[in-house]
Write a protein that binds this ligand. Structure first.
Ligand code: GRG
Length: 293
């Protein structure tokens, strides 16, 4: 399945919007080492999937995309911090990220720690600048804190690091929910909140975001076996080499691809039941099982 011209253009547009806004943040224009380190990783060319979900969820509900830009930058900064820290020798120990040497390889472990810490904090400073009522901004902050926190991103990473031999499907689902889904779910939530979503619909979007995160991880696991490291800009075969349980180990590549197609179809169907026009988001969901990077 080829990516449609419409989807390609929406992805490029969202990435360009996020890139431009991130470069404009004064913190990355300061002339000292940490700013250089933060920019090195942010500018390294990630896919900007999370900013896409923020901006497109806002647009789907008829919101003002411009107002969602701080949230798009915030989720990308937290995601980038998590990649920088995950690549450290004491964590997943990866020397290539986004097709370039990982930050710690170029600037050292200490600077990678500082840059990650800084990105995490700047993400919240940036979200506070959202042009909405302070009540609405507080709701967004609460969601972002919780997605990045001990029961989500940090918690999922902790589980993955102290991965027990007995880890089974339900353990892995909880770990993925924290490590991968939380940031994708919150991206859809924040974009929807900017657009003024109702409480009832926000919960439906949140569940769709959770399942989209699971689908994203499933396709990441498939690419871990079938992907090309150059195309993906990172190492592959890591989980297989470590003997970790994941759906691909259980179902094989074809079984996992079938499951990804089924999950994408179910998410697409649920997007149809929401108000607004989610067609661009649906196109990305339908494309995920085929993605090569
Ligand atoms: C250090 C708190 C902390 C968390 C690290 C991000 C992470 C958690 C681990 C990296 C390994 C991994 C497979 C995480 C699952 C999420 C995922 C698939 C990340 C890669 O996201 P992409 O493909 O990356 O969107 P780009 O580079 O395109 O932004």
């Amino acid at each position: 399945m080829n990516m449609s011209r419409r989807l390609k253009s929406a992805l490029n547009q969202c990435a360009a919007t996020a890139d431009e806004a991130l470069r404009d943040l004064s913190v990355f224009r300061e002339d000292h080492g940490q700013a250089v380190c933060c920019s090195y990783s942010l500018d390294a060319g990630g896919k900007r999937i999370r900013p896409f979900f923020v901006l497109q969820s806002c647009a789907a509900l008829g919101g003002n995309r411009h107002r969602a830009v701080p949230a798009a930058c915030s989720v990308e900064m937290i995601h980038t911090y998590s990649l920088i820290h995950d690549d450290l020798p004491g964590m997943d120990d990866d020397s290539i990220r986004r097709g370039k040497p990982s930050l710690h390889v170029v600037y050292g472990t200490e600077n990678a720690l500082f840059a990650g810490d800084r990105l995490l904090l700047e993400a919240f400073r940036t979200l506070i600048t959202t042009d909405l009522s302070s009540l609405r901004v507080r709701v967004m902050l609460r969601r972002l804190v919780s997605a990045a926190g001990a029961c989500s991103l940090v918690g999922g990473q902790f589980m993955d690091m102290y991965h027990p031999d007995t880890a089974d499907r339900s353990w892995t689902e909880r770990m993925v929910s924290g490590k991968t889904s939380a940031m994708i779910r919150v991206s859809m939530e924040l974009g929807s909140i900017v657009a003024g979503v109702s409480d009832g619909e926000l919960e439906a979007i949140s569940e769709i975001g959770e399942d989209t995160g699971w689908l994203f991880q499933l396709t990441d696991d498939i690419l871990d076996v079938t992907g090309n490291p150059e195309e993906m800009g990172k190492a592959v075969s890591k989980d297989a080499d470590m003997g970790k349980w994941n759906p691909v180990n259980e179902l094989g590549v074809d079984g996992a691809k079938k499951l990804a197609l089924e999950n994408a179809a179910s998410i697409s169907q649920r997007l149809d039941s929401l108000s607004g026009d989610w067609s661009v988001v649906k196109e990305l969901i339908d494309y995920l099982p085929e993605r090569r990077k």
